[in-house]
Design a protein around this ligand. Structure first.
Ligand code: CTP
Length: 430
């Protein structure tokens, strides 16, 4: 095969423009870039002059394999100030400084990146990073609202350590999270519109650990990735999110999410009842152990103390069923069912029976086993609603499954129509 035909056969790689603003978080753009190129995207980096004071063009060129310039007068014969935006499938700006957000909101175009933002007709994701005071300033908040009202996705910043010793809201979200959001937008351009503003969502994630002694426990293989993806997408859609997490893989707390850590099923139950008391939507994505040891040894069980006794187990509470019985007026409750199916009953039939038994409004049904669902990056399944609707969820990253759940929620739950906005939030901006 000659090189011409192999080029023609190569799959078309999504074209992403990665804008980099002039803030200290510019160094994290290198990690965003590396992850995007490694997952098969063609990335053209467009830094501002300020960004180049933090990271040299050579670093971006080496990592992207493409030329890097901040100046619209470089390579003028190729008309880059128009072509880059026109040809992009997605523009991501990370970090987006307060200055860059202000320029984008008001249509200024004084460098290659701001020109690109004006010519792009693809989805645009701005990922802010700045000090808390700058983020909270009414000028920035008006600019953010104005951009969002035009359909631009302005991500929620994370909270945590900022430049220097101070902490607060305004930190750049984890690079892995930025890449997740970017990949979601490439598949569904409306996946991060602000349809959950004013909604409080409580989500459980991860596996519980039922202790036997101070060092041992009975656990399960849940990584927590699906629950974290639900929390991440809900927060970016504007919800206030409380995430109650058991044991998980090494996952960064999603930006804009309040995290509560728990260990056992009983701890998870207490935490969920507490947050559910104030939540509009409750999602039980955690893998809860159905049983726990009857007794907990106060000291490490030693093998020298003779033959071990069999472990006696007792039933854990069914938290989902309890939450359904205790539900507030109008509250929506979503459950999960990870099923294998067997000779007599399919995965979907087990899911239908579980929806009836648990009494929740929606049930996300996944097939597990054979490398599916647990500890995986991708997921698939069905969304069963108590009104009888059954929506297949196509195979894809867990953020895509999360987006399918949040999209299906308003039509499936008319009791929440007072809260959901069908359209991206339209804010008044003086
Ligand atoms: N769940 C719960 N409390 C439990 C067990 C499960 O709240 N003690 C929740 C899970 O978070 C999930 C749903 O119930 O949302 C279904 O969990 P699953 O383990 O599939 O169902 P079980 O009720 O345990 O039934 P079985 O394992 O027998 O299929």
């Amino acid at each position: 095969m000659n090189s011409a035909s192999s080029d023609a056969d190569a799959p078309v790689r999504p074209r992403i423009v990665l804008g980099v603003g002039g803030g200290i978080a510019a160094y994290k753009a290198c990690e965003v870039l590396r992850r995007l190129t490694e997952s098969g995207h063609s990335v053209r980096v467009v830094p501002t002059e300020g960004a180049l004071k933090f990271v040299g063009a050579a670093t971006f060129e080496a990592l992207s394999g493409q030329v890097v310039s901040a100046d619209p007068f470089d390579d003028v014969h190729e008309v880059p100030h128009v072509k880059l935006g026109q040809n992009a499938d997605l523009v991501v700006v990370a970090p987006a400084t307060a200055n860059l957000i202000a320029k984008a909101a008001h249509g200024l175009a004084d460098d290659l990146l701001t020109n690109t933002l004006l010519t792009a007709r693809c989805p645009v994701l701005l990922v802010p990073a700045m000090h808390t005071e700058m983020w909270e300033h009414p000028a920035t908040q008006h600019n953010v609202a104005l951009l969002r009202s035009r359909g631009v996705v302005v991500a929620e910043p994370a909270s945590g350590r900022l430049t220097g010793k101070d902490t607060g809201k305004g930190r750049l979200p984890d690079p892995a999270e930025i890449v997740e959001l970017a990949r979601l937008l490439l598949v569904r351009s409306d996946a991060l519109q602000r349809t959950l503003e004013g909604v409080h969502v409580a989500i459980s994630a991860g596996g519980t650990r039922e202790p036997l002694d101070p060092v041992r426990f009975i656990g399960n293989r849940s990584s927590g990735k699906q629950g974290y993806a639900l929390a991440r997408v809900a927060a970016q859609r504007g919800a206030r999110v409380t995430l109650v997490a058991g044991n998980t893989a090494d996952l960064a707390t999603p930006a804009g999410v309040d995290l509560v850590r728990v260990g056992s099923a009983v701890e998870l139950r207490d935490a969920m009842h507490k947050v559910a008391a104030d939540a509009d939507v409750v999602v039980m994505a955690a893998a809860v152990a159905d049983f726990r040891p009857v007794s907990l040894s106060g000291h490490k069980i030693k093998k020298t103390s003779g033959d071990p006794d069999p472990i006696s187990l007792t039933k854990n509470p069914d938290i989902l069923a309890e939450l359904v019985s205790a539900r507030r007026e109008g509250q929506v409750i979503v459950g999960f069912a990870a099923e294998t199916g067997d000779e007599t009953t399919s995965v979907l039939d087990y899911g239908r029976a579980k929806l009836q038994r648990k009494g929740c409004d929606l049930l996300v049904v996944n097939a597990v086993g054979d490398g599916k669902a647990f500890e995986q990056e991708d997921n698939a399944g069905w969304l069963l609603s108590k009104d009888g609707a059954e929506t297949p969820i196509p195979h894809g990253p867990k953020t895509q499954v999360a987006s399918a759940v949040w999209t299906r929620l308003p039509p499936a739950c008319p009791s929440l129509s007072r809260l959901f906005s069908d359209q991206p939030a339209q804010k008044e901006c003086p």
